[in-house]
Design a protein around this ligand. Structure first.
Ligand code: HAS
Ligand code: HEM
Length: 575
């Protein structure tokens, strides 16, 4: 690893992890507001929605994107034995840093409390959207570089199977490139002209449809680096082999075709999109669970093989023979904890995907319950575990507080399980998401006080405090390791797993073109009708809202109560 590339990878890991301190502080604040410990709309100078925006954007957008790029550089360099170009890598880094700074300024100054989904008609400062666009465009550059390196490698090794980790990384960034085209269009063509004041209204349905074209594929962009670790490193860390190399390839290509055309499952409640499209995308969503089921069985078989090699007996005895607390293989602890949480993240996802059941849990606390067992489960634990591993091995330093490092993921699992039980249970009894419950529903002085939500939000609070403690402990270990003196020669190395069944090369599973063609066809069938709907039935051109007031800024008249006691709909100024 050249010194310049190593330095960039360190910055790409270090910057978002430093920001994570703000990210998890606001996670803690969320459970505090929700449990009604605070009955106010702001704390320490930061407003509730400002905090929630910082939490979602830092944890789910900035940390994940920087990490995927840094890990991609490391994986490609390691497996293909060639490095990306300096100019493009630096350009990508600066785009991402400047974009993050612009968005951070907008959020911290309270000018973009629009949440990480930035749905219009909530309107943020233009720099928030421009910053996000820069961050995304910056993360595209490495794909161009890596594809060139891959093609070079393939020319020299036409009959060798593409290393699974390289395949996973390329598939991931292709998904990312395709889905971000939609969000780039949303930001640059739909939102920015309106945010800058050139257009008075915005097509809310179109913006949401473009967002979710991007948004669900985004979750697989978060997930695939963790899958690269599960297939390629976890079996070796467990002391065994990957059960089947082909299973990993099939899973990667299935993600390529299924990740994008499922976004409408976030819009089951959007009236402008017709039922048939929703049903079709609901079925495709079941399709996208297949690669995860393949992964569950393949990795379980790999763990079983490792456990039996270490002398395990009986049906499930292998679970007792795995290196859960081995400080030399601390990465194992992070990966196995993530996998364990994903069992519940996956099950709750399947509930969400069922369009009828979705009516019950949409916009309820169930949803953050689901996604903290996915993005804050396998994804987050993979990111922090691998960041530590990459830094420690390439710098040649010893781990700071290694015994603590290995228990952090277990503490995190305990925290998430309590937290998500509270939120999922709360969701089932009507507790909403994205709501400062402390102001009303969890405030005994309010007439809206809802005592049924006391136990659920208390569980959320307890779990959230444990997660916060585990998160801070991780930051101490990571930055403590950075401050240590070098004790050995650092080098880029991974615990590479051999395959138990190393199936011979089948060209279909070693080529991108057929899968890209299939992806294009499914995308067109799934999304052209959705976009036609969104463009034809935009609903009233939405006026501007500010985050602290549910009443639109540009109204002809305030809402009035009729003699029947019903509220007349607001009439929007459509000019
Ligand atoms: Fe999701 C909403 C459906 C996966 C993230 N999801 C969200 C949101 C986020 C998110 C952030 O259909 C909220 C967005 C917002 O702000 O509004 N999701 C699914 C489905 C899956 C799924 C079907 N989601 C993810 C992943 C995420 C993520 C991954 C982040 C990384 N999700 C939905 C739907 C909604 C949604 C609807 C919209 C809801 C609404 O109404 O708003 C699937 O991909 C899940 C498949 C997973 C499995 C699990 C396999 C299990 C494995 C572990 C095996 C363990 C072993 C180890 C071997 C089938 C691989 C055992 C070890 C021991 C020690 C025991
Ligand atoms: C939202 C708590 C860590 C990603 C939330 C919410 C809570 C919360 C209570 C729901 C707010 C609501 O809808 O009312 C925490 C705590 C954490 C933590 C206590 C740890 C100390 C994480 C991590 C990630 C993450 C590590 C991702 C890597 C998100 C996202 C949202 C969210 C994307 C949605 C924001 C939105 O609705 O706009 N968090 N979280 N969280 N969290 Fe976390």
């Amino acid at each position: 690893l050249s010194p310049w590339l190593k330095r960039i990878i360190y910055w790409e890991l270090g910057i978002p992890l430093a920001l994570l301190s703000i990210g998890i502080y606001h996670g803690l604040m969320q459970v505090i507001y929700r449990a009604g410990v605070l009955h106010q709309s702001a704390f320490a100078g930061l407003d509730y929605y400002q905090g929630l925006t910082l939490h979602g954007v830092i944890n789910a957008i900035v940390l994940t994107t920087f990490f995927a790029v840094a890990f991609g550089h490391a994986t490609i360099t390691f497996y293909l034995k060639r490095e990306p170009t300096k100019t493009l890598t630096l350009l990508s880094f600066w785009f991402m840093v400047i974009g993050t700074l612009m968005a951070a300024w907008a959020m911290l100054s309270g000018k973009a409390s629009v949440l990480y989904t930035f749905y219009p008609p909530l309107k943020g400062h233009p720099l928030f959207y421009l910053g996000t666009a820069l961050l995304i465009v910056g993360s595209w550059f490495p794909l161009f570089d890596w594809s060139r390196l891959y093609r070079q490698w393939k020319r020299e090794n036409p009959e060798t199977k593409t290393p699974l980790a390289v395949l996973g990384t390329l598939v991931n960034f292709i998904i990312w490139f395709v889905c971000t085209l939609a969000v780039a269009y949303e930001v640059l063509v739909v939102i920015l002209p309106w945010a800058l004041g050139y257009k008075p209204t915005v097509n809310v349905t179109l913006a949401r449809t473009l967002f979710w074209f991007f948004g669900h594929a985004l979750v697989y962009f978060w997930l695939l680096p963790a899958y690269v670790m599960y297939y390629n490193f976890l079996p070796k860390l467990a002391g065994g082999k990957l059960y089947s190399d082909m299973a990993g390839r099939i899973a990667a290509f299935l993600f390529l075709i299924y990740s994008v055309p499922v976004g409408v499952h976030h819009q089951f409640s959007d009236p402008s999109i017709t039922k048939g499209i929703k049903l079709f995308q609901s079925i495709l969503t079941f399709g996208v669970t297949i690669p995860s089921f393949i992964t569950a069985f393949t990795i379980a078989a790999s763990l079983e093989y490792a456990g039996r090699k270490r002398g395990a007996k009986g049906l499930l005895g292998f679970f007792t023979k795995l290196p859960y607390l081995d400080t030399d293989r601390y990465l194992f602890a992070y990966l196995i904890c993530g996998l364990f949480l994903f069992i519940f993240g996956g099950l709750t996802g399947i509930v969400n995907a069922s369009s009828e059941l979705n009516n019950t849990i949409h916009n309820s606390a169930w949803i953050p319950g689901h996604f903290h067992m996915t993005v804050a489960g396998p994804v987050f634990l993979g990111i922090i575990g691998m960041s530590l591993y990459l830094y420690q091995t390439t710098s040649g330093k010893k781990l700071f507080m290694s015994k603590v490092a290995v228990i952090i993921p277990y503490l995190w699992v305990i925290g998430i399980l309590i937290f998500s039980t509270g939120l999922s249970w709360g969701g089932l009894i009507g507790e909403p998401r994205r709501t400062n419950l402390g102001l009303t529903y969890l405030n005994p002085k309010s007439e809206l006080f809802t005592p049924e939500w006391v136990p659920t939000t208390m569980l959320g609070l307890l779990g959230g405090i444990i997660m916060f403690i585990a998160g801070i402990m991780f930051l101490v270990v990571f930055f403590g390791t950075m401050l240590k003196k070098r004790s050995a020669e650092g080098m880029l190395t991974f615990p590479v797993s051999e395959a138990l069944h190393d199936e011979k090369r089948i060209p279909l599973f070693d080529k991108f073109k057929p899968w890209l063609a299939a992806m294009a066809v499914i995308l067109v069938i799934a999304y052209v009708p959705a976009f036609v709907d969104a463009t034809k039935n935009p609903g009233p051109g939405a006026p501007r809202f500010t985050p602290d007031n549910p009443v639109p800024v540009q109204t002809e008249q305030p809402s009035a109560t009729t003699t029947t006691g019903l509220t007349k709909p607001l009439s929007f100024n459509k000019n």
